[in-house]
Design a protein around this ligand. Sequence first.
Ligand SMILES: Nc1ncnc2c1ncn2[C@@H]1O[C@H](COP(=O)(O)OP(=O)(O)OP(=O)(O)O)[C@@H](O)[C@H]1O
Length: 312
Amino acid sequence: MPSTKNYVVLLNEFAGGGQSKAAWPKLAQRLNQHLINYQLYRTEYPGHATKLAYKLAQEAPADTILIVVGGDGTLHEALNGLQQIPKNTIILAYIPCGSGNDFARGAGISRQPLTALEQLLKVRQPRTFDVGHYQEALAHEHGFFMNNIGIGFDAAVVHATNRAPSKRYLNKYHLGSLAYIVSLVGTFFRQQAFPVKITSQQTTTEFKRAFLVTTTNHPYFGGGVPIMPSASMHDHKLDLVVMERVNTLYFIFLFIMMFLHLHTHFKAVHHFKAEELRIQTASPEFGQADGENMGKRAFDITFDVHHQRFLC
Ligand SMILES: Nc1ncnc2c1ncn2[C@@H]1O[C@H](COP(=O)(O)OP(=O)(O)OP(=O)(O)O)[C@@H](O)[C@H]1O
C-alpha cells in the first residue's frame, strides 16, 4: 500500500564532499520499494534549504514529513526556515550524509544513510525536540540551532576547516572528522585567551582567560567530540561549557578526559545548564552555529529553547 503521508525530500548533493549525491540513488530506490511518494528538491546554493523549508512551512499540508538529506549545515538551514513560522506543522526527519554528522550522533540516528532511512521508516510518531534559539544584540540577528553555538576555539577550528583544502580531499575518503583534527592542531596555537561574561539563572560569572565557549543542545560537537555528555534534547535546557586557556599538555589531557566524560571534574572546565543563558565577549572572536561560520566579532548573545517536531 502506498503511504498516505505527504513526504518532501530536501537534498544537498554537496554535503559530505558529495556523499549525499552518492547515497541518493540508493535512498530513492529504497523509498520507491516502500511505495513512498515524495517531492524532491535539490539545494542550488548555500542558504537555499532555509528558503525551501520556509516555503514548505507556509504552504505544505499539516504533518508533511520533510526529510533532509545532507550534513549538519543543511539541517541547520532547514530548521531555520521552518522555525520562521512559529508552531510550524512540518515534521522534520534527517538522513545524515555530511562530514561531521553531530546531530545524528546526538539523536541516535545511524550515520549510514540507508540504515538511517530504515530507522526513520519504522518510527510511527514524531517527537518534540528542543532546539536552541539565539538573539545576538550587537549584530541584531537571531537564529536557531540543533547542535551548538561556539565562540572561540571550536569556531576558529570550523573557520579553518571550512577553508582547508584537506576537507574536500578527506571527505572523498569518508574521513571528514579528520579534517577537524588537522585544523584543530594549528588553531590551538593561534587561539588566544579572551574575557567572557556568562549569565545563567540571574548570576553573572566572569572568566578572564576563556578559550572555548560552547552552548550545546546535545552531547557532541566538532565531528563526535563529547563536549557535554549529559546534555539532552528533551530537557528544555541548554548546556554551556567554558574551557579556560591552558598549556598544551594540559589541553591534551583535558581533551582525552573529554572522551572519558571526565573533563568537567577539572578546574579549567565550567558547566552551566539553564533554560536561558547569556554570553558577552569584548574582543572579536570566531563564532559558529551548527558548524556554519558566524564570522569574527564581539558577541552579546542570549539563548533560550524552542521546539521542533522530529521523526527520529
Ligand atoms: N548547491 C549548492 N552548492 C554549493 N553549496 C551548497 C549547495 N547547497 C547547499 N550548499 C552548502 O553546503 C554546505 C555544506 O553542507 P553540510 O553542512 O550539510 O555538509 P557538510 O559540511 O559536509 O557536513 P557537516 O555539517 O555535518 O560537517 C552548507 O553550508 C550549504 O549551505
